[in-house]
Design a protein around this ligand. Structure first.
Ligand code: IPE
Length: 248
């Protein structure tokens, strides 16, 4: 491959209105598609989160916890996936509108996790798309799980797995805030951490808040836990405020 790929995550709280179920932030999606087009990255993989499309349904039906044998939960699994493909289609449409040749890879059809962890390799498929000049588009999804029946695979886990398997140059995580803070800015005053080493990142992972009310995949703490293995492989991770123009 020509260049090492860059893996970009568009956080759910950027592309949706997190407090309003099934509400997309269309202006943010359109702006981000324009910014991605302007950046002209030669090898790009985009992964988006669930925000108010994925999380409320995943929570309502306890999808992450696995199949409980009840029919109602099967419908919940379908509904969660349906919400994600609805959101995915909006993002795909915005990217194509900006002349980005994106192609969705639906995790629910291609990945079976094991106890919530992604063990499958997806690099061959991604490489085939990249080689043609396509931009693979993935998302956090409700997926089959060989131990639990099904579960939720977070976009962050997908980002790290894709980046590690493809030896990516960089991971860019677009979030709602300015990045990582020494203390949680929503709980009290916070100092933005401008750069940090692997060791500092691990320490931060222990201190950071586990979850938010709407988030089934562990909030910022879950994000850090997923990113540590990629940083261990020497992949640089940038966490940027994707709500602000031109940061991504
Ligand atoms: C969650 O993906 C997907 C579902 C709940 C179906 P993420 O965990 O990556 O989503 P965000 O970015 O936190 O919203």
């Amino acid at each position: 491959m020509k260049a090492r790929p860059i893996v970009l995550k568009l956080g759910g709280s950027v592309i949706t209105h997190k407090d309003v179920p099934l509400s997309a932030n269309e202006s943010a999606i359109e702006r981000l598609a324009e910014e991605i087009a302007e950046a002209k990255v030669p090898q790009l993989i985009i992964v988006h989160g669930g925000g108010s499309f994925g999380h409320p349904l995943a929570k309502k039906y306890s999808i992450k916890e696995g199949f409980n044998g009840k029919f109602s939960q099967l419908l919940g699994f379908s509904e969660t996936h349906q919400a994600m493909i609805t959101l995915n289609n909006m993002i795909l449409k915005a990217l194509i509108h900006c002349n980005i040749p994106a192609l969705t890879i639906a995790p629910s059809s291609t990945i079976v996790s094991k106890s919530g962890r992604m063990v499958a390799r997806i690099d061959d498929h991604l490489k085939n798309l990249l080689r043609l000049g396509l931009v693979p588009l993935l998302y956090g999804d409700a997926v089959l799980d060989s131990d639990k029946g099904f579960t939720i695979l977070s976009g962050d886990q997908l980002v790290a797995a894709a980046a590690i398997q493809l030896n990516a140059e960089r991971i860019i995580i677009g979030v709602e805030g300015d990045g990582l803070f020494k203390t949680d800015p929503k709980l009290g005053r916070g100092d933005l951490i401008r750069t940090c080493t692997l060791q500092q990142l691990k320490e931060l992972g222990k201190q950071t808040r586990k979850t938010t009310a709407h988030d089934v995949t562990g909030g910022m703490q879950g994000k850090i836990a997923e990113l540590v293995p990629a940083v261990e492989k020497g992949i640089t991770v940038a966490i940027v405020n994707a709500c602000k123009p031109q940061r991504v």
